[in-house]
Design a protein around this ligand. Structure first.
Ligand code: CMC
Length: 390
């Protein structure tokens, strides 16, 4: 029994070295390549952050333009991918569709799959970052029975995503700059978070030499669960269920979350690493206030419930003792809801954003060298016994 360290949930095991993201959970610090997340959120944008995560340094103006051009030029998907969509039920959850379609990309873009070649890895990375918003918006359009929109090269990353989501052939589409800015910020705040469950999944799949599209599809699958990326959808469902900000309703949910006989958890609360405020949640809360104020919805009923819930939880001994604070997903859903994005698309949007994190880790792993990931176990089954003969 004593041959291995037993660490269920990998609470104390570092499985790799990485220079991409640093988290100090006790202090609530999150740095990407050394830059604090709040400074990036205020001054950068998602495409520049993607360059930083992938290549390690902020781009020069020329490098930025080249990178942006490459991403813009790869936004379309192969026309036959439309047929792939048509195989799904219309009412399929968009995460199921996106998971399948992204895995299937290897069947369309198998010309650059030599993972030992740095240039080919870069092409796959750019394809993935560029095509994720297109695939995400297609999954939504398919769901609601509207025609797919081709991407538009004159729009930036967030604007183009909103255009593909909301434009239809019957009316002129106008970009709302407040929505576009908020969308870009949501992409930035979800871009990377070191060795979380989905990134570790991408690394583990990648350690076998699997192609990048298959690895990212594995990451999407891991992200889907409510304990991880599915939390943003679950938060909104929870706020809907709470109904209004009355003390009585909120307290009922707090008590349910504290009840050890009830599996319910306060969605959008708690984090494996942050034992202080999640720095992404701070920025997200500010963005939420800004967006709703600019839309004249400062008294949004969901925001009111969320704020009161946060206040009550942060004063409750159960949450204080366990150092449970709101995480990134507590406020993101309220912003997405205000933009008009349906709840079942929230986790898909997280996947769009996290693709750069996943592919940066996958690329780092291939650049630095690695061994196949192969955890051991503590065997608790039968000792050897004889097969019964008649
Ligand atoms: N509501 C009520 N109790 C909680 C919560 C919660 N949201 N989160 C943790 N606890 C309790 C937990 O029951 C445990 O209590 P005890 O010590 O009495 O057994 C204690 O706090 C420690 O929690 P844990 O389950 O050991 O923590 P973990 O690191 O295994 O899980 C987590 C972290 C994020 C999965 C968990 O906090 C959770 O399920 N939160 C709700 C889902 C959520 O918001 N997820 C999004 C995470 S941030 C976005 C992302 O990166 O994906």
């Amino acid at each position: 029994k004593g041959h291995f360290t037993y660490d269920p949930g990998f609470v104390a095991t570092a499985a790799c070295e990485s220079g991409i993201t640093y988290i100090d959970g006790a202090e609530g610090v999150l740095l990407h390549r050394g830059y604090p997340i709040d400074q990036l959120a205020d001054n950068s944008n998602f495409v520049e952050l993607s360059y930083l995560l992938l290549f390690g340094e902020l781009p020069s103006d020329e490098q930025y333009e080249t990178f942006k051009g490459l991403i813009t030029n790869h936004t379309m998907v192969h026309e036959q991918i439309v047929n792939f969509f048509k195989g799904f039920r219309r009412d399929a959850h968009p995460m199921a569709i996106v998971c399948g379609v992204v895995g299937g990309l290897a069947a369309f873009y198998h010309d650059n799959l030599d993972i030992s070649d740095e240039k080919q890895r870069r092409v796959s990375a750019i394809r993935l970052i560029a095509k994720m918003p297109t695939i995400a918006a297609m999954s939504y359009k398919y769901n609601i029975g509207q025609p797919f929109n081709y991407p538009r090269n004159d729009l930036n990353y967030a604007e183009n995503f909103l255009y593909m989501m909301f434009s239809n052939p019957c009316e002129e589409f106008k970009i709302n700059p407040v929505f576009a800015k908020a969308m870009d910020r949501i992409f930035m705040l979800h871009a990377d978070h070191e060795q979380n469950a989905s990134t570790s999944t991408v690394r583990l799949a990648g350690s076998t030499g699997a192609n990048p599209f298959a690895c990212i599809s594995a990451g999407i699958a891991a992200l889907w669960g409510p304990a991880h990326g599915g939390a943003n959808e679950a938060v909104l469902n929870m706020l809907d269920e709470i109904g209004d900000e009355s003390e009585e309703n909120i307290q009922r949910f707090i008590d349910k979350a504290k009840d050890k006989d009830d599996p319910f958890k306060l969605m959008g609360f708690g984090h494996r690493v942050y034992k202080n405020f999640d720095p992404r949640a701070k920025v997200m809360k500010e963005t939420c206030d800004e967006v709703l104020a600019e839309l004249g919805k400062a008294d949004d009923p969901k925001l009111k419930i969320a704020k009161r819930l946060e206040q009550i939880a942060l004063e409750d001994d159960y949450f204080v003792e366990r150092k449970l604070y709101p995480n990134v997903d507590f406020y993101s859903g309220i912003i997405l809801n205000a933009i008009g994005i349906p709840t079942n698309m929230f986790t898909v949007i997280f996947a769009v954003a996290r693709t750069i994190g996943w592919i940066s880790h996958w690329n780092e792993m291939h650049s630095n060298g690695f061994r196949i990931g192969r955890p051991r176990q503590l065997y608790i089954g039968h000792t050897q016994r004889d097969y019964p003969t008649k």
